[in-house]
Design a protein around this ligand. Structure first.
Ligand SMILES: C[S@@+](CC[C@H](N)C(=O)[O-])C[C@H]1O[C@@H](n2cnc3c(N)ncnc32)[C@H](O)[C@@H]1O
Length: 241
């Protein structure tokens, strides 16, 4: 039986596998048409139906820890959160000298994120409805944070995910991946994911892990299934010269 916990928003938070009817519905909507994996249609239907079982209804605890750790860039740093969904992590990462862009392919998600975040009254974040794979930002980012975006993409899109990360980050920028390591899934999203899947696409682009650890503050249904890794390009020093 799926383990559960109560999310801050009050809904029952369940494990993200096929024992969860909402995940089964997401898979129908996103994978049902085969080629839908590569279009926004399925994600838009999920948001319009309100089938968003990944949504914690609060900032991810590991993000709050990262902010409190004092190890994130500040001093006019720019941050990107691709596949930001309802945008809780965007708001949590913002401030202390950071301007954060939350990007999601689904206009409905972005509208929800904007409405919810408006109460924050801050001008240190913005939400953009666009496709991560084609969006052209006005400037590159100091930091990109990915949570449940890599594992949500069809595995055939992972190499393109890596290339986009390399294109969107400043040469000395940092990528932080909070990795949801789904296993034993016959379908997705979330698709089966291992740390080696990230390495396979990031290592050839020069990214190396500078720090990796278990996510000790994962929400209950995800405990023991997540690791957090910080990546930099090993030639970053050369890029400045
Ligand atoms: C599994 S959800 C994760 C949302 C959020 N990171 C969270 O943890 O609550 C994946 C999100 O990625 C978005 N998405 C999917 N494909 C995308 C793309 N090509 N560009 C931008 N966003 C995309 C979906 O609309 C969805 O909101």
């Amino acid at each position: 039986m799926a383990s559960t916990a109560i999310a801050a928003a009050g809904q029952q938070l369940q494990v993200l596998d096929s024992s969860n009817p909402a995940v089964a519905r997401v898979r129908q909507l996103i994978g049902g048409g085969g080629t839908q994996y590569y279009s926004s249609d399925g994600w838009i239907r999920c948001w319009e139906e309100g089938v968003t079982p990944w949504d914690l209804g609060q900032p991810t605890p590991a993000v709050v820890d990262l902010v409190n750790s004092g190890t994130l860039p500040g001093d006019a740093a720019t941050v990107l959160v691709p596949g930001c969904g309802a945008g809780y992590d965007v708001v949590a990462l913002s401030g202390a000298g950071r301007f954060v862009v939350g990007l999601d392919i689904c206009e409905t998600a972005i509208q929800k994120a904007r409405q919810r975040a408006a109460a924050d009254g801050s001008s240190s974040f913005a939400f953009v409805a666009a496709d991560f794979f084609t969006w052209e930002p006005p400037e590159l980012f100091d930091l990109i944070f990915d949570y449940t975006f890599f594992c949500a993409l069809h595995p055939s899109m992972r190499a393109a995910w890596g290339r986009r990360m390399a294109q969107l980050l400043k040469p000395d920028g940092e990528l932080i991946t909070l990795m949801y390591l789904a296993q034993g899934q016959e379908a997705g999203p979330p698709f089966n994911t291992a740390v080696s899947d990230y390495e396979e696409v990031l290592r050839p682009l020069g990214f190396v892990i500078t720090c990796i650890q278990d996510n000790q503050v994962a929400v209950q249904p995800r405990k023991g299934m997540e690791k957090i890794a910080r990546w930099k390009r090993e030639d970053a020093g050369m890029a400045d010269k």
